[in-house]
Design a protein around this ligand. Structure first.
Ligand code: B1M
Length: 211
């Protein structure tokens, strides 16, 4: 079994201590943090997703796997830093109303922060009104919304409407992402940018900032 297969299995089974030593072993063997993240930790959550769908894993086990994955991420966190720490703007980020998934959102927040953005994390289950309030309060340059459920994606559209109704839509660039979200969806709802993963989120935010 390859190192990445072993990492995937220990995330899936929720074996935290084992995962921590495997991640460390991967780094000691010279694997880049980004590779361990993509091929180990994120790949593991994809396996968990399939098992969840097929009812081979249930919520408590999925939660345990998610917590294990996050523990592994903590080791990689300082190594994923990519920035020059020059402040590139303020980003309010959150998971939309009705949606509790936050691992991807946290990863995006972490990389944006390490790329020099000031990140204000609004948390999970954020209503359109709460997003508007946070953007107002912080004078944010960017608003990042994450959704993992097809049923919560429309909240992005409602938040864009709430920004327009509040008269602040022009003041903020809106970036959307999350597993079911696509460029086509972003275009349809009138978001300014879409990113498929955390690395792309930095690139898109920097491009939007340069406009
Ligand atoms: Co849920 N869940 N879940 N879940 N869960 C999914 C999303 C699902 C695809 C699983 C499946 O059935 N195959 C499915 C959604 C189906 C759909 O709508 N199409 C699903 C379901 C159905 C549910 C429940 C409804 C289950 C139930 O109760 N019956 C329920 C809903 C709860 C709610 O939110 N109201 C539920 C609950 C949960 C847990 C709480 C148990 C747990 C979440 C724990 C947590 O987040 N703290 C959980 C988990 C862990 C998952 C899976 C297995 C993994 C998600 C994850 O963390 N991936 C997931 C299956 C899957 O996605 N493979 C699944 C790793 C993470 C790094 O990736 O979040 O995609 P991701 O983020 C990526 C990109 O998407 C992107 O960058 C990130 C990093 O590269 N990205 C952005 C994300 N946000 C971005 C924002 C950006 C830019 C890029 O700009 C702002």
């Amino acid at each position: 079994m390859s190192l990445f297969d072993t990492i995937k299995e220990s995330v899936e089974r929720g074996r935290k201590d084992e995962l921590l030593s495997l991640v460390q072993q991967g780094l000691d063997d010279g694997h880049p943090a980004q590779e361990i993240l993509q091929q180990g930790l994120i790949a593991a959550m994809d396996v968990v997703g399939v098992k969840m769908e097929q009812e081979e894993m249930f919520i408590p086990e999925v939660l345990r796997a998610a917590k294990t994955m996050e523990a592994g991420l903590e080791i990689l966190r300082p190594l994923l830093a990519v920035g020059d720490l020059q402040v590139s703007g303020t980003v309010v980020i959150g998971t939309v109303k009705g949606d509790l998934h936050d691992i991807g959102k946290n990863l995006v927040a972490m990389l944006l922060s390490s790329a020099g953005f000031e990140v204000v994390d609004a948390g999970i289950n954020v209503t359109p009104e709460a997003f508007v309030e946070k953007v107002r309060e912080t004078g944010a340059d960017f608003l990042g919304m994450s959704a993992l459920l097809t049923t919560t994606m429309p909240q992005m559209q409602l938040t864009l409407k709430a920004l327009s109704d509040a008269g602040i839509r022009d003041q903020v660039s809106v970036l959307v992402g999350g597993a079911p979200v696509t460029q086509d969806w972003a275009d349809r709802i009138g978001a300014d940018g879409y990113a498929s993963d955390a690395g792309a989120a930095i690139k898109v935010a920097k491009e939007l900032g340069a406009l």
